[in-house]
Design a binder for this molecule. Structure first.
Ligand code: NDP
Ligand SMILES: O=C(O)C1=N[C@H](C(=O)O)C[C@H](O)C1
Length: 266
């Protein structure tokens, strides 16, 4: 399948380029980057620093290159990801989107677009994190009503959004298990205040150094607590997951898919 990489110089985009370029089932046909970058027009392999020419070039105009691809892999910014969605809709292409930080309105538009083209959206493309979602569902169904639930996430100091997309998905899983709406029970930024409300989910975001990704969900009871934690030591698990997601999405019917569909988890 022919792959277009959005943001190939990014942390995720460069790893995805390296991994996709080694897969026998994938051919990278182009990259798309912001206007004015000095690597526009370069071979994507050289632009990313693989040291190997891939015979595919970086453009600053997605509409001029989109016809070459089957699937776009996009881990960039909310603004650019929305442009990618619209371009993919116009050209009838599939999109794997791993960008986080979308507004509710933007999510609604992605849902609308996915009625016409295949879209896989995942705030976290690690298969292990998606397994963790199942563990959280079980924990929330079993002890969620009798615990104080806190989500603590840590990322590198350059991350733009907070809380992380993953912690919002985790909260969503827990809220659904409790038959609640996340917006009714999520409490952000309670640090230093002694007003913990029963039945709420507390959110805590830490940003420091080059922490790749760490999520802990604590179910606090009296006399004991359960913590379920995932640590990523680098971003490779997410990039591997992005390529698996693209392979899954190739030739699929229009629809909104998740990593659960890739893994066959219900
Ligand atoms: N779903 C998941 O599993 C994961 C999701 N993420 C999410 O992915 C997103 C990207 O993260 P990360 O790689 O760390 O971020 P980076 O800042 O490292 O990369 C963002 C990339 O987007 C490019 N970009 C920005 N604007 C445009 C534009 N207008 N046109 C084309 N390209 C553009 C940048 O180009 P340039 O380099 O030239 O500035 C850069 O290459 C974030 O939302 C993050 O939260 C991250 C990890 C895992
Ligand atoms: O920006 C990151 O690094 C990550 N972002 C995603 C998120 O917001 O949850 C996924 C992962 O935690 C890495």
């Amino acid at each position: 399948m022919n792959i277009l990489i959005a943001g190939p110089r990014g942390k995720m985009g460069s790893l995805i380029t390296r991994i996709a370029s080694k897969r026998a089932d994938m051919k990278i046909v182009a990259g798309v980057a912001p206007k004015g970058r000095n690597y526009i027009g370069q071979d994507i392999g050289m632009a990313v620093g693989t040291g190997e020419r891939l015979n595919a070039f970086v453009s600053d105009d997605i509409n001029s290159i989109i016809d070459q691809c089957d699937v776009i892999i996009d881990y960039t910014t909310t603004e650019f990801s929305m442009e990618v969605m619209e371009a993919a809709l116009k050209a009838n292409k599939a999109v794997v989107c791993g960008t986080t930080g979308f507004s509710e309105e933007q999510f609604c538009r992605i849902e609308e677009v996915s009625k016409h083209i295949p879209v896989l959206y995942a705030a976290n493309t690690s298969r292990v994190v998606n397994l963790m979602y199942k563990l959280l569902e079980l924990a929330a169904k079993t002890i969620g009503n009798v615990s104080d639930i806190e989500i603590i996430e840590m990322h590198d100091k350059h991350k733009k959004d907070a809380p992380s997309g993953t912690s919002l998905e985790m909260g969503q899983v827990i809220a659904e298990a409790l038959d609640q709406e996340l917006k009714d029970i999520a409490v952000f930024g309670r640090e230093g205040r002694g007003d913990r409300v029963s039945g709420s989910i507390g959110y805590h975001s830490l940003r420091a150094g080059d922490i790749s990704s760490s999520h802990t969900v604590m179910f606090g009871l009296m006399g004991e607590r359960l913590e379920i934690t995932h640590h990523a030591y680098n971003w490779e698990c997410f990039a591997q997951g992005a390529c698996e997601a693209a392979a899954f999405l190739y030739c699929k019917e229009p629809g909104l898919y998740t990593v659960k569909d890739v893994l066959g988890i219900k």
